[in-house]
Ligand binder design. Sequence first.
Ligand code: HAM
Length: 424
Amino acid sequence: MLQSVRGTYDIIGEEFQKFHYVNDLFEHFMKLYGYEMIKTPVIEDTAVFKKDNDTSDVVTKEMFTFSINGKDSLTLRPEGTAGVIRAFIQHKLYARELPVKLAYIEEMFRYERPQKGRQRQFNQLGIEVLGDKSPLIDAEVIALGYSFLKTLGIEDMEVHINTLGDSTSRLRYLEALKEYFRPHIDELCADCKDRLEKNPLRILDCKIDHDKDVIKRAPSIYDHLEDEAKSYFKQVLSYLDALEIPYVIDEHMVRGLDYYTDTVFEVVSTDKDAGSQSTIFGGGRYDSLIEEMGGPKMSGIGFAIGEERLISAMESAGLFDDLSITPDVYVIDLTSQDSFALEVAEMLRHNGYATELNYYKRSLKSQFKSADRKKTRFIIIIGEDEVKERKVSLKDKKEETQEMVKIEDLIAKLDVLMEGDRDE
Ligand code: HAM
């Protein structure tokens, strides 16, 4: 049997409704905070994600990269930031009033080992604020993500925050880490041995080594920060305090992608079912990425929420009501398939009533059963006589009434019955 590709999955019916519900609220939040939506292509030139010296885990080993006719190297986007910046530069969006605030809801692709909360195709809700740098923006970006999750009803979460310093502080810190880890190389896992010269920051949040003393005793970024970077971080924290957003300073949080400078943050689910993939969203500031990708020297900041992880946190907190689709009306057709039932169904839909129609010649009993299964409030029964007289028999299961209604009076009748419902 044909199967979906490993690490990918189908989103069907009620599951789809959950995504829809979350996406709707996200778009609403984007209006509240003044973001424009953007949709970039799924495929990009590989160069968008991978510079020659790039060492981050995402771009070194987790991409779906392929070439067509042995020529172009193309990649399915593993994350949203680089594509948005490519578009920002290509369309000279930097000439607009700054900062430019963009948001996306898109599928991402990473070639990693599938497990709970980790797929090869997954969805992200992301934002990027491009072209300006201020601790106010950093705090607002974190506040946006935090209150979005709060509004969805998530309570069991923690904001983890750290700074990697500006580019100068960061470089100094990288050197200090290399010097510190070199004599301890034998104590590190195979991946970390590899990271030591390429990206020693990633050793600090290694899933395998993180509990080892050698990591715990590693030099702290705070001893290597320039004064400016220190006061920038303090300002961000003071704004979070003012907004009463609780946070934990996590010295060892460095984030998986290479481009971050200054503020980095993650929101972690503290729900015990979340397991090892508990990070609902992550993001941070990037001071050099726009310039490195060929744009002007400008800073940016953003985050991306893993939508599957968010939805699973919402599921375990019992936050989804019954999302199954319940039609308002079920049309039972007992004629020999006259077009009248179809006309009635179309009229109902055009007037805002979600309507199901029986498509097969089936007994009254079995059609009633279908209507019951769909939990519709109204049932319309059409027989040969009704067609002749252009009437329908309307049954209201809630009020337990049944009456004949002329087709031209049907919508008004339903409106009255529904109105009574709304008044309750
Ligand atoms: P990221 O930390 O790589 O950041 O991913 C953000 C979120 O996407 C993660 O916290 C997680 O919830 C979700 N995620 C990542 N990989 C998977 C996967 N394989 N399966 C399911 N969910 C996953 C970024 O992508 C950055 N572009 C965020 C950002 C925007 N930074 C600045 N601007």
